[in-house]
Design a protein around this ligand. Structure first.
Ligand SMILES: [Zn+2]
Length: 215
């Protein structure tokens, strides 16, 4: 969870979650500390920028959708609100799983509805070396195409991913999600350089003040 000032354009998102749905959930800094919380998903432009940086859409597609959004500002606003709803649902579902619990039925229904919508716009095609799902022609210009790969990423992880590797950063204020792919399954921080080091400093201060209190 880095210290950065958000801006709609030129902002570099951190992509340390190990899966697009977690990188998307991690577009909020200090999620668990209401007074420090910073939402880096500031609007449709930031959403498009995140999608391009994370690779869920190509740079060309991102430019096309940015142009389309300027001509459909109401639709862009609706898609942005849905993006935030999807992101918060992903966070709740996987935060509960990281803590060993079961997500609510309501959140699963909501997440499933995004994936169902995505699936209804796909068709099966023969690719170069096999078969693949592809967006149907009439849906390619829809602003919602930004959200469908994110929803698919979350549902794929739920249905066939390794949920034992789902973690939430151990820092009190952070709330970032990640896949723990460390060899001994011991990763505790979203990023050792940021939250891990802060915690070390905190522990050191506590230890020093404890020593002083007893002398
Ligand atoms: Zn963290």
């Amino acid at each position: 969870m880095p210290d950065k000032a958000p801006s709609a354009s030129g902002f570099q998102f951190e992509l340390t979650g190990g899966t697009p749905c977690f990188d998307f959930a991690n577009t909020v800094d200090s999620r668990c500390a209401p007074k420090q919380r910073v939402d880096n998903l500031t609007g449709f432009t930031a959403l498009t920028s995140w999608a391009r940086q994370s690779g869920v859409v190509s740079a060309r597609k991102a430019s096309e959708l940015t142009r389309a959004a300027k001509e459909q500002s109401d639709a862009a606003g609706r898609v942005f609100r849905k993006a935030v709803e999807l992101r918060e649902t992903i966070y709740r579902v996987f935060s509960v799983i990281a803590g060993g619990g079961r997500p609510s039925e309501q959140d699963l229904l909501l997440l499933g509805s995004y994936a169902q919508e995505a699936f209804s716009h796909m068709h099966l095609i023969a690719g170069g070396s096999g078969f693949e799902w592809s967006l149907d022609q009439r849906s390619r210009d829809s602003l919602m195409t930004l959200l469908w790969p994110i929803a698919n990423s979350a549902v794929d992880l739920l249905v066939c991913g390794d949920l034992a590797k789902v973690r939430e950063c151990a820092a009190d204020n952070c709330g970032w999600l990640f896949m723990d792919r460390s060899r001994n399954q011991s990763r505790r921080w979203c990023d050792m350089k940021i939250c891990g080091n802060r915690e070390k400093v905190r522990r050191h201060r506590r230890a020093v003040s404890g020593t002083q209190a007893t002398t």
